[in-house]
Ligand binder design. Structure first.
Ligand SMILES: [Zn+2]
Ligand SMILES: [Zn+2]
Length: 388
């Protein structure tokens, strides 16, 4: 076998060529099973295209879960890379191809240390991260049974402020790292009529507009300013013609936050404002509110352990400051079940054109970062299992 760095890059390029959308990671999952099998690691299928590998150390100890996501995004790749997507309309634009390859690299290294390992390593290859469904389905299927802690990482080419995140740099900190995300939809129902005679109808556009403004006001007037919250309305639909009173109007949007309790607070306030406004304007209203992904919150001790590993494996210089991101990561379904640590791994490089943010059609990574990711996974497993 060639050296691990080249091996991981080759695997990554293969995954990159054949991207698959969430829930349809058939080829990827089969390849993951094949590689794990060749390393003597037993595998189980879970949640459709999810794969769980179990490496049993020869000495007793705890069990660490290492996680990667495998899905791609529905978009056309515009990188012009020689190993660019061969599937029109699909692209690994979030780096999940690198995550899968790096975790296989870690599996290869750790499989060679079986005789000295005190405890087990569970490799969690999950589907459908971008749909926020894969991790949840894996947890419900029992992927975390016997797992004491979970570790994950994500490649980023840019920092939250838009600057390039240098390849091989590492950011890890305790507490919230990615936001929780809820989705809501408000449907207002009234009675149609002639635009000239609103008194004979029950307009829905006007109260819906007031509700929208009222909901925006929750953030500025009703929540603790020390709790970051983003409430965005994504679409509004109502009516059919300029001179007809609309009998139905609906709008939907998302709410993002770091403290799990905020979700319930927003929902409660939203219900009051929607119902109160409907009553005041002779219409009825229905609010649908769903928690899509809880916030990703790093366990304090595990975040410190991950930081020590990064310092040891990559050096103090690699550690950089990073803010929590307002986006979401379904790793939170694992990390809200067992203590977890989620690490941001830099994969940007201006000299190599790796400057476009994740989800951009020209998203590319500096593959030198992959070796660092493998070392982080391996180092974290070793360090966690070595703990008394
Ligand atoms: Zn993504
Ligand atoms: Zn991602």
């Amino acid at each position: 076998m060639n050296d691990i760095k080249t091996w991981v890059i080759e695997l990554r390029r293969e995954f990159h060529k054949f991207p698959e959308p969430g829930g349809e990671e058939k080829r990827t999952a089969a390849r993951v099973e094949e590689v794990l099998g060749s390393l003597g690691i037993e595998t189980r299928r879970m949640a459709g295209t999810g794969v769980v590998g179990l490496l049993r150390g020869e000495r007793p100890g705890k069990t660490i879960g290492l996680r990667a996501d495998m899905d791609a995004l529905q978009q056309n790749e515009q990188t012009g890379l020689p190993f660019a997507s061969e599937r029109p309309g699909l692209m690994h634009a979030c780096g999940h191809d690198t995550h899968t390859a790096m975790l296989l690299g870690a599996a290869r290294t750790l499989a060679g240390e079986r005789d000295t390992l005190a405890g087990n390593v569970v490799f969690l290859f999950q589907p459908a991260e971008e749909l926020a469904q894969g991790a949840k389905a894996m947890v419900e299927a029992g992927a975390l049974q016997g797992v004491d802690a979970v570790f994950g990482l994500h490649v980023f080419t840019t920092l939250p402020n838009g600057e390039v995140m240098p390849a091989g740099s590492v950011a890890v900190f305790p507490g919230p790292v990615a936001a929780g995300a809820d989705m809501f939809r408000v449907t207002v129902k009234g009675e149609g009529g002639h635009g000239a005679m609103p008194h004979l109808a029950a307009d829905t556009v006007f109260p819906a507009a007031l509700m929208l403004v009222g909901l925006k006001g929750i953030v500025t007037a009703e929540l603790n300013a020390r709790d970051p919250v983003v409430l965005s309305v994504g679409q509004v639909h109502g009516g059919t013609r300029f001179n007809i009173i609309a009998d139905e109007t609906w709008f939907d949007g998302s709410v993002r936050y770091f403290r799990p309790e905020v979700s319930g607070l927003v929902r409660e306030k939203m219900t009051r404002i929607v119902q109160g406004t409907a009553d005041a304007h002779r219409v009825s209203a229905e609010l649908l509110y769903d928690v899509m992904v809880p916030p990703t919150i790093n366990d304090g001790a595990l975040a410190r352990l991950a930081e020590q590993v990064a310092r040891q494996e990559v050096g103090e210089i690699a550690l950089i400051a990073h803010d929590p991101i307002m986006g979401s990561e379904d790793f939170s379904f694992f990390a809200s079940r067992v203590p977890g640590a989620f690490v941001a791994l830099g994969a940007g490089n201006s000299a190599k054109g790796a400057v476009y943010p994740n989800h951009h059609p020209q998203f590319a990574v500096d593959e030198d970062a992959l070796e660092v990711g493998v070392r982080l996974h391996v180092g974290f497993a070793r360090a966690f299992l070595a703990r008394p």
